[in-house]
Design a protein. Structure first.
Length: 444
């Protein structure tokens, strides 16, 4: 291993136990297809597609070449009252990928910005229609919607909120849908839990009144909290209640988009049309930061048509919205997904992946396994009084054995690139099993 020519101290790492990491760093220095190369030269099988984002595998030449060409042609172009072709082309492609009249793309640079943008569009939509009293935003316990003030507020993972005080006013949360007693070890969508959607009507609407509620935002499958799959009928019921009361439904598909569920998006997989879809990550195969909100026609028309002619209709946007490098990366990524039929490929791998992860059922400490598409959660019993310790031990043990996993508390998440082979799925899960069995014999 080459000695490092940089120090570790001054980079304040995000969502990281800085002191622990810097004492025993896990550094990645390059990547290709299904593997990372660690600083010490070891090949690490990527079980998480980076952070649920490298859906087509690493350093794909088609994408890197497109980025290079874009950088040499138009390094940057202003996007307020000016245009360049890239984002217009990407918008057109997204319209084709999404169902119904989800036709209008607003570009951002991340999932967090997509979420905050969608929440602002929801408020602006109601105001444009003379319903500015609709100000409440409803999220869900255990939801993750990024780290902006809006996304943190509607998010429901306690440690992500605790340090930051009150956040946005007029926010409430639905209950989450997971219950170890009723739906542990479900394969695919659990059959218990659709009734939890009724909390929207019975508690949230009853409490705040529908006329004050702007939007409900949920992840179709909750990812970051540890893969919570929606019960059968749950999302359908949410859609129904929202329709009945004029409330917008936003699907946060930052993880579930671009083939993760064996379909273009979760809304396609579940056959439900939300009013807006937020996305990022897989949009560019994570090569250049880019996110988007895609809205249905009635939102665009309400906001655009209510503004005076020649006026800016929505006072919102980012310097890098639709950046030329990101747009080039997105177009090449979408081509690759299509040519290699990666969404269909994910669908056909789903059964093998499901059988593989459920084979860990008898491994030490495992209290639940759940899966849908190419995402799975393996929940471990916490060490009494030390939540997260067992999960961290699994993450480190897995990395030492050459596989990259993701851990939230004591839940291990797997979400490999969609190019993974059946053999690599077996290797990933087999190695994780060895790690768990090794942990089984040790006291923490
Ligand atoms: C559902 C969801 N929304 C939003 C985000 C935030 O995305 P970003 O980290 O790109 O801001 C994430 C990130 O994991 C996510 O999973």
């Amino acid at each position: 291993m080459k000695p490092r020519d940089y120090e570790l101290e001054t980079f304040w790492m995000p969502f990281t136990a800085n002191r622990q990491f810097k004492a025993a760093p896990r550094m990645l220095v390059s990547a290709k297809d299904m593997h990372y190369i660690a600083e010490d030269g070891r090949r690490i099988l990527d079980g998480t597609a980076g952070l649920w984002c490298v859906n087509a595998g690493h350093c794909r030449v088609r994408i890197t070449e497109a980025i290079k060409a874009a950088a040499e042609t138009l390094d940057y172009g202003p996007i307020f009252q000016m245009g360049h072709p890239g984002p217009f082309k990407v918008a057109q492609r997204l319209k084709k990928l999404l169902p119904a009249d989800l036709d209008y793309a607003f570009f951002t640079n991340s999932g967090s910005e997509s979420v905050d943008t969608a929440l602002k569009i929801a408020l602006a939509y109601h105001r444009a229609r003379g319903e500015g009293h609709r100000r409440w935003l409803i999220g869900r316990e255990r939801g993750y919607h990024g780290v902006g003030f809006g996304g943190t507020s509607v998010g429901g993972i306690p440690p992500n909120r605790r340090a930051f005080g009150n956040l946005l006013p007029c926010v409430d949360h639905l209950p989450h849908t997971h219950d170890l007693e009723h739906n542990s070890f479900s394969r695919g969508q659990p059959s218990w839990g659709a009734h939890l959607a009724d909390e929207l009507e019975n508690r949230v609407i009853a409490l705040h009144d529908a006329s004050s509620i702007a939007a409900v935002i949920v992840e179709p499958v909750a990812g970051s909290t540890g893969v919570l799959v929606p019960p059968k009928g749950y999302l359908e019921r949410l859609r129904q209640i929202c329709d009945q009361h004029g409330i917008l439904l936003i699907f946060d598909e930052v993880i579930t988009g671009f083939g993760r569920l064996g379909a273009s998006f979760g809304c396609e997989r579940f056959g439900i049309v939300p009013d807006m879809v937020t996305m990022a990550k897989g949009l560019t195969n994570a090569t250049v930061p880019m996110g988007a909100v895609v809205a249905r026609r009635h939102l665009y028309e309400a906001i655009v048509n209510s503004a005076p002619e020649n006026a800016i209709e929505l006072f919102h946007g980012y310097t890098y919205s639709g950046h030329p490098l990101a747009a080039a990366a997105a177009l090449a990524t979408l081509d690759l997904y299509q040519e290699e039929r990666l969404f269909e490929g994910a669908k056909s791998l789903e059964r093998h992946f499901e059988d593989a992860v459920h084979s860990l059922r008898e491994a030490p400490h495992v209290v639940d396994i759940r899966n849908l598409g190419m995402m799975a959660g393996i929940e471990l019993a916490p060490v009494p009084g030390r939540p997260g310790a067992r999960g961290q031990q699994a993450l480190v043990g897995a990395f030492e054995r050459g596989i990259l996993t993701r851990v939230t508390g004591d839940i291990i998440a797997l979400s490999p690139p969609l190019i993974i082979s059946k053999q690599q799925i077996d290797e990933l899960v087999g190695t994780l099993g060895e790690v768990l069995r090794e942990m089984g014999g040790k006291n923490l």
